[in-house]
Design a protein. Structure first.
Length: 234
């Protein structure tokens, strides 16, 4: 009789670092602990003096750097101090004032429409509820969560391009959809760290975990990074 014993497939054993990988919750705690030491002053980099100013600045930040937005809003908020000023203005004036942030026509319409709704429904005040914020023109979950977390000090997970990139590389999610990523991070990250998560990930994304060429050689998170371990598995 022919032997039915077959040779086992040969495969390279994975490193101890890979096989002993902690789950998303434990991993998130370790990652946050390291990043808090690396970026102790991590915070929102947009300039603002009120929830309304942060709302407008965040709308302007779409497809634009925070540095550019800060240059624009430093002048903008001297002329337009509240939603009433934006509603009274000719939209072409707003467009000219924010032109350098890009997509200025759509952003001007969003700012004016958003301001009008704030006056009509909320007495000119920015609401501190997600459902009300996302009903404002030009405001999605990302912008709403920035305002909730930074202006109102409510814990909220902000998902931008840096958070999407890092949370995938670090194995905290496998999703690319921003809402699904947000919900995955809410499960993995302690609620008291929801707001600080984005600030820390943005700082680390800008300094080390860059999109095209991450600087893995100087990263303190390699032991918890799927991207790094996959590249260097043995």
């Amino acid at each position: 009789m022919k032997s039915r014993i077959t040779k086992a497939r040969r495969s390279k054993p994975r490193s101890a670092a890979w096989t002993s990988r902690p789950g998303p919750i434990a991993r998130a705690r370790k990652i946050l602990g390291i990043l808090k030491k690396e970026y102790p002053g991590s915070r929102c980099s947009l300039y603002f003096k009120s929830p309304f100013e942060l709302l407008i600045a965040t709308i302007l930040s779409a497809q634009c750097t925070d540095e550019r937005v800060n240059k624009v809003t430093t002048v903008l908020f001297q002329k337009y101090r509240g939603p009433e000023d934006f509603v009274r203005a000719d939209v072409s004036e707003i467009e000219e004032a924010i032109r350098s942030t890009g997509f200025y026509k759509n952003k001007a319409k969003s700012i004016q429409g958003c301001s009008k709704t704030l006056i009509e429904l909320y007495g000119g005040k920015v609401p501190d509820e997600l459902g009300k914020l996302v009903n404002l023109r030009g405001v999605g979950r990302k912008t709403a969560n920035v305002v909730l977390g930074t202006a109102f000090k409510k814990q909220a997970v902000v998902v931008d391009t840096h958070v999407t990139r890092l949370s995938n590389r670090l194995g905290l999610t496998k999703e690319q959809d921003a809402v699904k990523i947000e919900f995955d991070l809410m499960k993995a990250v302690p609620q008291e760290d929801w707001t600080s998560l984005a600030h820390l990930f943005i700082d680390h994304g800008r300094a080390v975990c860059k999109a095209p060429r991450p600087r893995c050689e100087m990263c303190k998170l390699t032991a918890y990074c799927d991207y790094y371990l996959e590249k260097n598995k043995t």
